[in-house]
Design a protein. Structure first.
Length: 267
């Protein structure tokens, strides 16, 4: 990956907009360059590209309920010159009728859309929610936020023991240490009435960084990555906990740091 592209991992929302052709020319060109230059971006693009679903078949029963006769009459009333323009744009009579039917159904059945198509959005992944909260919070951190001395080893052990006890997780300084990055503090925050562990670090190259942990019953999941609030995130889960490492460092460095921490926590 070129130096100019480091740390520019696009979000899933940006990649999805790129796949759907919703970006302007400048943004599309930028994403194309990132896909060509960065294997991580390319892998994420490939993954999201495979997420297409048979929407046409799924909507067929709903479209069948549309008032086709009424819509057909509306189409017949369109002056021939206007219909010619529609055909010139590449949309035939049947296609235009289907588009009108779809619009009609969408207008009168918003509740179905929310419950059906929007099920994933109305019931977002709990892990995605807590990562968004952490990113919002950490985006307020500056170098000055973590300028206070970290304390000696005994103080670090005491903090990690207290945090670990809240999560029923063993945390030792060696398990959460990252080479070249200074441990600053470990503390318990509250997320949705549940304990959220934040282990804060200060990276001399990129600034504030944090390893955050919550209890999770969703089961083990391999590491994945995303970008939130301009920061790179690597997240994964064990059988009992969800983890995320978030910071401003380039994504390849974040992945390596996360891999080291993950190996130590599993060991």
């Amino acid at each position: 990956m070129s130096e100019s592209h480091k740390g520019q991992m696009p979000s899933d929302e940006q990649l999805t907009a790129f796949i759907d052709g919703e970006l302007n020319a400048a943004e599309r060109e930028r994403i194309e360059r990132l896909i060509a230059d960065d294997e991580h971006v390319a892998e994420r693009f490939d993954f999201l590209s495979r997420g297409t679903l048979p929407f046409s078949e799924a909507f067929q029963p709903i479209l069948a309920e549309a008032p086709a006769a009424k819509l057909d009459a509306m189409l017949a009333a369109i002056p021939s010159s206007k219909e010619g323009k529609v055909r010139a744009a590449g949309i035939g009579r049947r296609g235009f009728l289907a588009a009108m039917a779809a619009s009609f159904v969408a207008a009168i059945a918003v509740d179905r859309a929310v419950i059906g198509i929007g099920r994933k959005r109305s019931q977002p992944d709990e892990d995605a929610e807590w990562r968004a909260v952490v990113a919002e919070y950490l985006s307020l951190y500056t170098v000055d936020t973590l300028s206070a001395p970290a304390g000696d080893r005994a103080q670090q052990v005491a903090q990690l023991n207290e945090v670990g006890a809240k999560l029923n997780l063993s945390l030792a300084p060696e398990a959460v240490a990252m080479p070249g990055i200074e441990f600053k503090r470990a503390q318990i925050l509250n997320y949705d009435s549940k304990p959220l562990a934040q282990i804060a670090y200060l990276d001399p190259e990129s600034g504030p960084m944090a390893l955050c942990i919550v209890r999770s019953a969703k089961g083990a999941a391999a590491p994945d990555m995303e970008n939130r609030k301009g920061m790179n995130v690597v997240y994964w889960s064990s059988a009992s906990h969800a983890f995320m490492l978030i910071g401003h460092a380039p994504i390849d460095r974040m992945e390596q740091l996360a891999a080291d921490v993950r190996a130590h926590l599993i060991a």
